[in-house]
Ligand binder design. Structure first.
Ligand code: ADE
Ligand code: ZN
Length: 332
């Protein structure tokens, strides 16, 4: 079964590019940029140190602070896609944060051209297709969000396929971000937003009531509200689920307590994702392996998940059709 899962073509819809940087890569990039990373960022075994969600967001900012150029963005993109391709991920959308780049003095254009060139090299070398979702940071507020979305809309690139938002779910309200998302929607971008991860079902209601989203980042706490689950199904809202991240952040105490089976039983569209792989000691491949083991999913269930993910992706219809066919052809 493990081997079969390894061979299954997989899709990643929810990862944060700056959160994919492995500790040794962060140290190396920091060294070449003469940036000194906080010693408290690392445990003795070299992994990242953090103990709760707020602390994780701070550690994420610290890791991102090693970056100084478009070339750094190129390298981390290539490295992330290379690791994905090893696990037969055939398509990966990754969130990028212009606010983090700007904090490091990297202009938006440099960031994008670096990432684009990492995507091109990875497709040439490994056949994986990478695409970009530009995100704003919720706790930096809607004014800054507007800045980010306007920059995205004024500088289009065919690899930029969507708009999203991460950060502290308790900061501001989603209603306050409605004008930000409106800019993305009117320019033709598909949208997603983190909700129902730290906060409850009410945050997912806010997301679908105030924002033009077809996907929710996490959304796992929706399971607490039957009416919401029905609404997600009715509106065909996809949930980008990251079980390893949820367990690492203690959103749920154990695999047994995780609501993925309940959500799947409702026929809500879902995907399996890594979120911030080295922070949560995971990869997309491991999410598929762990879900098979802990949720008792067979290879046909996992194939269905890959298909749901590809259908919910923000890829153009040509890529969608091609990759859906590729997954369908997989024989278990
Ligand atoms: N930024 C990076 N990872 C995140 C997560 N899991 N939730 C919210 N914001 C994030
Ligand atoms: Zn996330």
């Amino acid at each position: 079964m493990q081997e079969l899962i390894q061979k299954l073509p997989k899709i990643e819809l929810h990862s944060h590019l700056e959160g994919t940087i492995k500790p040794d890569v962060a140290q190396e990039i920091a060294r070449r940029n003469s940036v000194s990373l906080d010693k408290d960022l690392f445990l003795n075994d070299g992994s990242y140190a953090w103990h709760d969600f707020a602390d994780f967001l701070t550690a994420y900012d610290s890791v991102s602070s090693c970056l100084r150029s478009g070339k750094d963005y190129k390298d981390i993109t290539y490295e992330y896609l290379k690791e994905c391709a090893k696990e037969n991920v055939i398509y990966a959308e990754t969130f990028i944060s212009p606010d983090h780049a700007s904090e490091c003095g990297i202009p938006y254009d440099d960031m994008i051209s670096g990432i684009v060139s990492g995507i091109d090299d990875a497709e040439r070398d490994f056949g994986i297709i990478g695409r970009i979702i530009v995100t704003c940071v919720r706790h930096l507020g809607p004014k800054q969000g507007l800045n980010v979305v306007q920059t995205m809309v004024n500088n289009p690139h065919p690899y930029i396929v969507g708009f999203g938002m991460g950060g502290d779910e308790n900061a501001f309200t989603l209603e306050e971000f409605a004008p930000v998302y409106k800019v993305a929607e009117e320019a033709g971008y598909e949208c997603t937003v983190h909700a129902g991860e730290i906060c409850g079902p009410e945050s997912v209601w806010d997301a679908i009531n105030y924002l033009p989203v077809s996907r929710i980042g996490h959304g796992v706490n929706s399971f607490k509200d039957e009416k919401l689950m029905n609404e997600l199904l009715k509106r065909n809202i996809h949930l980008e689920i990251c079980p390893g991240s949820n367990l690492a952040l203690s959103i749920f105490p154990s695999w047994d307590a995780h609501p993925l089976p309940e959500i799947m039983n409702k026929s809500i569209s879902i995907s399996l994702n890594s979120d911030d792989p080295p922070f949560f000691n995971t990869t997309v491949g491991q999410e598929y392996q762990n879900s098979a083991k802990n949720f008792n999913l067979d290879i046909e269930d996992l194939k269905k998940i890959s298909l749901m993910a590809m259908r919910a992706s923000f890829a153009n219809s040509k890529i969608k059709t091609l990759l859906i066919e590729k997954i369908q052809k997989f024989k278990s």
